[in-house]
Design a binder for this molecule. Structure first.
Ligand code: AMP
Ligand code: MG
Length: 286
């Protein structure tokens, strides 16, 4: 699979409406896709072992999407292959009182992965250019009035781009995933949550309200993807009407990105090898 067709790296103008939501690429069936997904999960495990041992880079995977697009399912079905010792998931909710007492990147920075670790952001600081923009929540953020000008969104685009550049330059590998679903598919999934008793708990009245802002969100997503895609921190726009296809593509993005790092287990120097021999001799003499 070629992930290039899902990659947005800022080199050409991006149009969200031109991206299909129901693609399945060359996959003929769900079963086929699941077979490849399992293979990728094994590869991810091998790569993660080296990554953990090397203890140099961190990986940050950002997942953004409209409600019901399958963010939680990605964490459950794709990332479960990862070693829990080296993985941390953080969900971004409506900011708490403590969080609102800080600049908006504070809560993100606090939850960034350590070296050797994978961090998964279920939503992220990108909500600052999505929900905050759609509902004009900037007034709730305690920023001094004179600093809230019509320039505020352009400033945030720049700040986020700079933040990600800073992270990259310090060893964080960033993958930004947008799960792209159609409005029809969302309707189907919301109805399922209402009609299927075992899914009732997933239903939220708020999702219906947010659905009313569909077009505004799509517009904001397009602008986010246009303005914050770079070669070092690309967005991956993933067709997500077929969950099994989205999961496969994401596993492929993670595998390809990690393979690109050319990870190796750390090798020992001469004195360390000598030490190993010495330890072996002691054990054998016991
Ligand atoms: P869920 O992901 O369904 O648990 O919902 C989390 C909610 O928190 C979503 O409706 C997000 O839009 C909202 N949220 C996340 N970040 C922010 C933010 N910075 N400001 C306001 N709402 C946010
Ligand atoms: Mg929700």
């Amino acid at each position: 699979m070629n992930i290039a067709e899902f990659t947005v790296d800022g080199k050409s103008k991006f149009h969200l409406s031109k991206i299909k939501t129901d693609s399945a690429g060359s996959m003929r069936s769900k079963q086929d896709a699941e077979k490849y997904l399992q293979k990728n999960i094994l590869k991810m495990q091998e790569l993660q072992d080296k990554f953990y041992a090397q203890d140099k880079y961190s990986v940050l995977i950002i997942i953004q999407a409209m409600d019901t697009a399958g963010k939680d399912g990605i964490v459950k079905h794709v990332m479960t292959g990862l070693n829990p010792q080296g993985t941390e998931v953080h969900s971004f909710k409506v900011p708490s009182a403590e969080e609102l007492n800080h600049d908006y990147l504070w809560r993100a920075h606090k939850n960034l992965p350590q070296r050797g670790q994978f961090g998964i952001f279920n939503r992220s600081y990108y909500e600052e250019l999505l929900v905050v923009r759609v509902h004009d929540l900037i007034k709730t953020q305690k920023i001094p009035d004179e600093l809230v000008t019509s320039n505020i969104w352009e400033q945030r685009f720049r700040q986020i781009k700079d933040f990600e550049k800073y992270l990259y330059e310090n060893g964080t590998v960033i993958m930004k995933i947008f799960l792209h679903i159609s409005k029809e598919e969302q309707k189907k999934r919301l109805l399922e949550r209402i009609n299927d008793k075992s899914k009732n708990w997933k239903f939220s009245e708020a999702d219906i309200k947010e659905r009313g802002f569909w077009d505004q969100y799509q517009k904001c997503y397009q602008e986010v993807i246009r303005k914050t895609s770079t070669g070092k921190a690309p967005w991956y726009v993933i067709p997500a009407d077929k969950k099994w296809f989205a999961r496969l593509v994401i596993s492929e993005v993670v595998v390809k990105t990690l393979e690109g790092l050319k990870l190796k287990f750390p090798s020992l120097g001469r004195s360390e090898l000598k030490q190993l021999e010495e330890s072996k001799r002691k054990l054998m003499e016991e």
